[in-house]
Design a protein around this ligand. Structure first.
Ligand code: S3P
Ligand code: PEP
Length: 431
């Protein structure tokens, strides 16, 4: 399905932020790794969270669901010996489960998205699992991947954090269950460091003890631990809401988004500060962000690694800012659902934006007068490209058509419903 985005000068109304994808995938996992029954209130519903649900069920968790909660009875350290798992297009789900699959004799992760997840690298995690004595077969570090585990050792593990934090998170979920104690040393840089904070927060809630160095580059993990069955409540999702807030910032607006906790550990909460730096009139109190946009924005410089999943939305806002914006330290955007630098900027250019790329930087020469639009956009299988190009389309001079916009469902299936509720002219059409 495609979406046609027609320029919309005003947005008005209130929405409830959808539930956090990253917390939902983590709570589902720790609930599955516990032996008792856990309840997760307000879980996210999206392709990625569904992928984790499907896989933990395949691995032996009992999952029951109603409108507001999921009740999960876990398999503890004894997953079923499944032969195949399908994670859809979900990177975090794949990486976390590659580690957990090392408790199974022989599992293959299939390659259902050869042009998206199928192109993403997993070498650093494969290398780390090898250090635990797990045999992994793969195609040059990519899917399909077969894990032959059984009884991985603990011990000293070194993992690179250069490409993705998900490899480290995966090891942090696995190592507490091993017989031996482990020490994990992160080599090189650690990208998306803030997301590791979410992993540690969830592990602590699940009763797991881990000693982490202050810089998050070194960990001592006692073995033979058990995940405790718990009740969890999922907070609102900043990465998805970042696109809604950017849409409100580039239009004349009066938009309120509820369920965005000020003290959240999601790095993407920085979108509020970045929009404030761009001089968008807004307030953030009691978990409510209220934007009264006037369409006027100032350029900004920002270390994008603080808020990796909100950078595309921030860039979309910067397209209309006065001056030149710079988003630096963002190289790992190249290893996501698409190359979120080259592919994304190509689509922005088609729509009329003036943007430049460096290996780890996005530079935006703002056009407060608006962009031409009137083009077809390739979504590159990427929900965040779809959401960000929609923001641009709302302030273009002519409608844009986003091809295969249904991939927005990876994280935010009701994105266009939410925008419509705010008055945006967005319409689904057959491809
Ligand atoms: O751990 C997680 O749940 C995630 C980590 C980040 O990935 P990287 O660590 O690869 O940047 C983020 O982009 C992704 O959406 C979710
Ligand atoms: C990159 C993302 O997710 P993942 O790495 O889990 O596929 C994302 O949600 O933007």
């Amino acid at each position: 399905m495609d979406v046609i985005v027609t320029p919309t000068p005003r947005l008005n109304g209130e929405i409830q932020a959808l539930s956090s994808k990253n917390y939902t995938t983590r709570y589902l996992l720790v609930a599955a790794l516990a032996e008792g029954t856990s309840t997760i209130y307000y879980p996210a519903h999206s392709e990625d969270s569904d992928a984790m649900r499907r896989c933990i069920r395949d691995l032996g968790a009992k999952v029951e669901e109603d409108d507001e909660k999921i009740v999960i009875t876990g398999f503890g350290r004894h997953p079923l010996p499944v032969s195949e798992l399908d994670v859809g297009n979900a990177g975090a789900v794949l990486r976390f489960l590659m580690a957990i699959a090392s408790l199974c004799p022989d599992v293959t992760f299939i390659n259902r998205y050869p042009d998206s997840l199928g192109k993403r690298p997993h070498d650093d995690l494969i290398d780390a699992l090898g250090q635990l004595g797990v045999s992994v077969t793969h195609r040059e570090g990519k899917l399909p991947i077969t894990i032959k585990g059984g009884s991985p050792r603990g011990g000293k593990i070194r993992v690179s954090g250069n490409v993705s934090s998900q490899y480290l998170s995966a090891l942090l979920f696995l190592t507490p269950l091993l017989e031996e104690d482990s020490e994990i040393e992160v080599l090189h840089d650690l990208k998306s460091k803030v997301v590791v904070g979410q992993t540690l927060e969830v592990l602590e809630q699940a009763g797991i003890q881990i000693e982490a160095s202050e810089d998050l580059m070194f960990y001592r993990v006692p073995g033979r631990q058990s995940y405790k069955a718990q009740n969890y409540t999922v907070q609102g999702d900043y990465p998805g809401s970042a696109a809604i807030l950017a849409a409100a910032a580039v239009t004349e607006s009066d938009v309120t988004v509820h369920r965005l906790a000020e003290n959240s550990r999601q790095g993407e909460r920085a979108v509020v500060d970045v929009l404030r730096m761009m001089e968008t009139p807004l307030t953030h109190e009691n978990g409510i962000v209220h934007v009264q946009g006037n369409g006027k924005l100032k350029a900004v410089e920002f270390d994008g690694d603080q808020a990796t999943d909100a950078v595309l939305a921030m860039v979309a806002a910067a397209v209309f800012a006065e001056g030149t914006s710079r988003f630096y330290n963002v190289e790992n955007l190249r290893y996501k659902e698409c190359d979120r630098i080259t592919d994304y900027l190509n689509e922005l250019r088609k729509a009329g934006a003036n943007v430049e790329e460096r290996q780890s930087e996005i530079i935006v020469h703002g056009r407060p007068e608006g962009v031409e639009g009137g083009v077809e956009i390739n979504a590159h299988y990427d929900h965040r490209v779809i959401m960000a190009l929609t923001v641009v389309g709302l302030r273009a001079k002519a409608p844009i058509r986003i091809k295969d916009a249904h991939h927005v469902a990876k994280s935010y299936p009701i994105y266009f419903d939410h925008l419509k509720a705010l008055g945006a002219k967005v319409e689904w059409v057959e491809a």
